[in-house]
Design a protein around this ligand. Structure first.
Ligand SMILES: [Zn+2]
Length: 400
């Protein structure tokens, strides 16, 4: 089983310069291969990634004399893997034709030359031509190291280490845990039907003033100047911090939710449609809800927990979680749900989470019945409650 552990590196000044040089070399090789490939297309000559690498190797010592001091894995991997993938995706219609890379686009290079070529010992990693580099934590998985990618985010360098682990983590048995509905929102990042509220860290809002001030200062600096570069670095650092705060909260919340559920009901978000509301756009992007749901899905998948996703138009907020009637007049500003039919009052988000839980729980029964997934209709439930009030209530109580 392949697992990746991304570890922050602690290089010295010489090493971080070498990282940047390798990233530059990788970019130069990619751009050279792309230009060569385009040239081939123009002359009706299809050049494969093997041809491209051979052609690059034949000229590199003359055109790029400085590359002798660097690891040749950087150029080999980028043409053999990244460029080949880009062409494959273009041919299958998945992506557009590859573009030339520039320096500001993001820095990374692949350092290994195949399986088991990069040694890791405790909190350090040995990279070709660079030597031992300190890491901030030891590698989490045991096994053969298949791939090592060095990249830069903000001001910090990272190593993404792909490990082929033979030992699998034991999967905890979550079958006795409850079915959980999860409603996501802006004020609270997530609300579970168990009544747990996960606060939104509002990372961008917290640093908005500082970010604005830096961006204003950046706009007054001369392009290409040292002072402009210094402020750019500060802005990158701040963006990195904002992303870290957001990710930390999301990772903790999703892990807690997944560890305490046997089945999870979520709503599918139409984020593109929601962002059109200009008053909410910034807060929505700050919350990055789709990322939250993506994390939740991947963690649930790893533990074998089924995720039941309501379709986009399922009225999770407007349905009464007690009797199932739909209140179509409910506006975004109504923070509590008050049912006009049964008089039930509950927090708006908790009400939505309860509905999603019922949806997820109902999913089991419909699968058992006919082998197909059928969404329980809220109106039908409403009718059955009216006919046999006591049994209907009992059923719903046992669910909640
Ligand atoms: Zn009701």
């Amino acid at each position: 089983m392949l697992k990746t552990h991304k570890i922050a590196l602690d290089p010295n000044n010489v090493q971080s310069t070498q990282f940047a040089q390798h990233c530059g070399y990788s970019r130069v090789a990619y751009n050279h291969a792309l230009a060569d490939f385009k040239d081939g297309l123009a002359n009706n000559d299809w050049r494969s990634h093997c041809d491209l690498l051979r052609r690059f190797n034949s000229i590199k010592r003359d055109t790029y004399q400085w590359c002798d001091a660097l690891s040749q894995n950087a150029s080999k991997n980028v043409i053999y893997n990244n460029f080949k993938d880009a062409i494959t995706r273009w041919r299958s219609g998945q992506n557009r034709f590859p573009k030339f890379k520039n320096r500001s686009h993001g820095q990374s290079y692949q350092a290994d030359s195949g399986r088991g070529t990069i040694p890791v010992e405790g909190q350090r990693i040995k990279l070709p031509k660079i030597g031992w580099v300190r890491m901030f934590q030891p590698l989490r998985y045991l096994g053969t190291i298949c791939k090592v990618v060095i990249s830069k985010h903000g001001h910090r360098w990272f190593a993404s280490i792909l490990v082929d682990t033979s030992v699998d983590d034991p999967i905890p048995d979550n079958r006795h845990k409850p079915v959980v509905g999860v409603d996501v929102g802006i004020k609270h990042m997530a609300i579970t039907s168990e009544g747990v509220y996960y606060d939104n860290p509002k990372a961008l809002a917290r640093y908005e003033r500082k970010l604005k001030r830096l961006q204003r200062r950046l706009s007054k600096r001369i392009k290409g100047s040292r002072n402009r570069y210094k402020i750019k670095t500060k802005i990158a650092k701040l963006h990195y911090r904002i992303a870290c705060i957001r990710q930390d909260a999301q990772q903790k919340a999703t892990t807690a939710i997944v560890n305490n559920a046997s089945r999870i009901g979520i709503e599918s978000l139409n984020v593109a449609g929601m962002v059109k509301n200009h008053r909410l756009a910034k807060a929505l992007s700050d919350a990055s809800l789709s990322n939250f749901l993506m994390l939740l899905k991947s963690k649930a998948d790893r533990l074998g927990i089924k995720i039941v996703e309501a379709d986009t138009f399922y009225p999770s907020s407007k349905t009464c979680s007690n009797c199932g009637v739909i209140d179509s007049d409910l506006s975004l500003s109504d923070r509590t749900y008050h049912c006009r039919d049964c008089g039930h009052t509950r927090d708006r988000d908790l009400n939505a989470a309860m509905n999603l839980k019922q949806l997820a729980a109902g999913h089991t029964e419909s699968i058992n019945a006919c082998g197909d997934s059928v969404r329980p209709c809220p109106n039908e439930r409403h009718e059955s409650v009216n006919q046999e009030d006591s049994t209907g209530q009992l059923l719903l109580f046992s669910l909640s």
